[in-house]
Design a protein around this ligand. Structure first.
Ligand code: ZN
Length: 319
């Protein structure tokens, strides 16, 4: 049974019953409930702190492990990025530099993402998304690097193909002692006038072997007006060489040839005073001095000797 409370009324000098309103009762109940809840929560937290449940301990351990692993992954990702950066630098400035190729633009390198730096200040709770983004960025960089290396391999192949294709050797054996007349204005032995001599003449007995001076394809092997029997080799990369006044062909049109391969024999066909080879090099359609290209099989002394003979402006031996 509820207790009845009284208060002393000084006006009436009597005890009056204390009436409790519904609002006061509700307020009291609410205060009681809130205080009870706070106390229960406090007790639960305190209890958990002092006597954590197995599940709580497991979760805490898992969280600790995750954080530890994240730090480890993050360190490994940073290391991968450093390794990639070193490879990229070598790629851009060493490998590409060697083949005269420009470094890859930064925008291509970073795959249009602006790199991984923009994620640096994200809060820790985005660990998984952050790590996924970093891994994606590394994957993209690796893919672009692999493509770049493929391109460098192609550049290297093309470079070595070019090196083998350029007409870089003398076309006859013992060329230095056979060299007679060089490139430029020379007295023509038959027309008896100064005429532009568009190649080099090597005097040699009929039948002396004539070699392809670089890799290429036989573009023509046939008589060619005043040049007699002539072989033309297309070396690619803008280079063409011709071998004139031959007595015999040792190749056919369309045949692929390697540097140093026998393609014909010295003769005296066409406009020629005696057996010799007239040798020309054309680059991008312009006749150039072949002497600049005898670098592959002459030693410095032989080359000097050849330059000396060429400077004497001896008459040519024909066309
Ligand atoms: Zn000539």
């Amino acid at each position: 049974m509820a207790k009845i409370k009284y208060y002393y009324d000084t006006e009436t000098c009597q005890y009056q019953e204390v009436k409790t309103s519904l609002a006061d009762t509700v307020s009291l109940v609410l205060v009681f409930l809130v205080v009870s809840f706070v106390m229960a929560l406090g007790l639960a937290v305190g209890y958990n702190a002092l006597f954590p449940s197995d599940e709580y301990v497991e979760l805490a351990k898992e969280k600790q492990l995750l954080e530890k692993n994240y730090t480890k992954f993050d360190g490994e990702l940073s290391y991968l990025n450093k390794v990639l950066a070193a490879i990229q630098e070598r790629d851009d400035y060493l490998y590409r530099g060697y083949f005269d190729s420009e470094p890859l633009p930064k925008t291509i390198r970073e795959g249009g993402t602006g790199g991984t730096d923009k994620y640096r200040n994200l809060p820790k709770h985005e660990i998984i998304s952050l790590t996924a983004q970093k891994i994606d960025a590394v994957k993209r960089r690796i893919y672009i690097q692999a493509k770049s290396l493929d391109e460098i391999v192609k550049l290297a192949q093309s470079h070595s193909e070019r090196a083998a294709s350029i007409p870089g050797i003398v076309p006859v054996p013992e060329a230095t002692k056979r060299f007679v007349s060089g490139f430029g204005m020379r007295m023509h032995p038959i027309y008896r006038i100064f005429k532009f001599h568009s190649g080099c003449d090597f005097s040699a007995p009929i039948g002396t072997p004539v070699y392809a001076t670089g890799d290429g394809v036989i573009a023509a092997a046939q008589p060619h007006a005043g040049y007699g029997n002539q072989v033309t080799i297309d070396h690619g990369f803008g280079f063409v060489s011709t071998y004139s006044h031959l007595s015999k062909f040792d190749c056919k049109e369309g045949q692929k040839v390697k540097r140093g391969q026998l393609i014909g024999r010295v003769g005296s066909t066409g406009v020629s005073v005696s057996p010799h080879l007239h040798y020309e090099i054309h680059r991008n359609g312009t006749q150039i001095n072949p002497i600049q290209y005898f670098y592959d099989d002459l030693n410095p002394n032989e080359y000097e000797e050849l330059l000396d003979v060429a400077s004497r402006n001896r008459p040519s031996m024909g066309n």
